[in-house]
Design a protein around this ligand. Structure first.
Ligand SMILES: [Zn+2]
Length: 253
């Protein structure tokens, strides 16, 4: 018996002992088909979502849509201590992580919905109440990783596009890169007031594409040019001190 067979036999034994009578069948099937079997139900659930990332992304956004945007919330940035605001528009807005809107233990800080056993999103066990020790869904954690570092998941995204460049339609090279169709600086500039669950789709698969490196470099160049042009325009429009009539600067008394 090889090292791997031995380890898998042990893991399978542990998993089967720990698994409750009710457990998502697809997750169990996934766990038992892994080359290295996860030894606990929680690890089985994590592994399932890690390998079904696009599904996790869809689910997390659907759960967010169930929660909706909290009353009085708007997308803001800031380094203010304790406010829980993202520092940059590159991070997906997450109102339920902000202390002012957090729903408390047993609720997912990413989507706002109740969390059940093993970080599952549905109450398969009929517990009636969420798991007070949990503060995120396994699926939402997987989605969050995709949203915040999509380049780490280029392989899965490539497969989702059948290995074709989203811009040129040509075959994707090894060096292909992940791109946001609508760049995030434009999301902040032009879509800031969109409802929060809609905003999330700019970080999810609806706005992610894998393109060949040359195409990506060209797109980034155009975007940088456009941003520079806007900055120049803004600078030209802003009144400089010398343009303000003298009387307005001095005290009228
Ligand atoms: Zn969630």
């Amino acid at each position: 018996m090889s090292w791997r067979d031995e380890r898998n036999a042990l893991s399978r034994e542990r998993l089967e002992r720990a698994i409750p009578a009710i457990f998502p069948a697809t997750v169990l099937r996934h766990a038992l088909s892994r080359p290295l079997k996860p030894p606990t139900p929680r690890l089985a659930v994590e592994s399932y979502w890690r390998h079904h990332l696009l599904r996790a992304d869809r689910l997390a956004r659907a759960l967010a849509a169930c929660s909706g945007q909290p009353e009085g919330w708007s997308w803001r940035l800031g380094g203010e201590k304790g406010a829980g605001l993202p520092l940059t528009f590159r991070m997906p807005p997450s109102p339920y992580r902000e202390p002012a809107h957090a729903r408390g233990r047993g609720h997912c800080c990413i989507c706002g919905q109740p969390v059940y056993r093993f970080g599952w999103h549905r109450d398969l066990w009929g517990a009636g109440i969420p798991n007070k020790n949990a503060s995120w869904h396994s699926a939402c954690v997987a989605a969050w990783k995709l949203w915040t570092s999509p380049s780490d998941h280029v392989k899965i995204l490539k497969a989702g596009q059948r290995h074709r460049c989203a811009a040129s339609g040509k075959r994707l090279f090894k060096t292909a890169e992940v791109d946001h169709r609508v760049p995030l600086y434009r999301v902040w500039r032009e879509h800031r007031d969109a409802p929060w669950p809609t905003l999330l789709s700019f970080w999810g698969t609806p706005n992610l594409q894998v393109v060949n490196r040359a195409v990506h470099a060209e797109k980034c160049g155009q975007e940088a040019g456009e941003r520079a042009a806007r900055r120049r325009l803004a600078a030209a429009e802003a009144p400089s001190e010398s343009a303000i009539p003298e009387g307005l600067l001095s005290d009228p008394t």
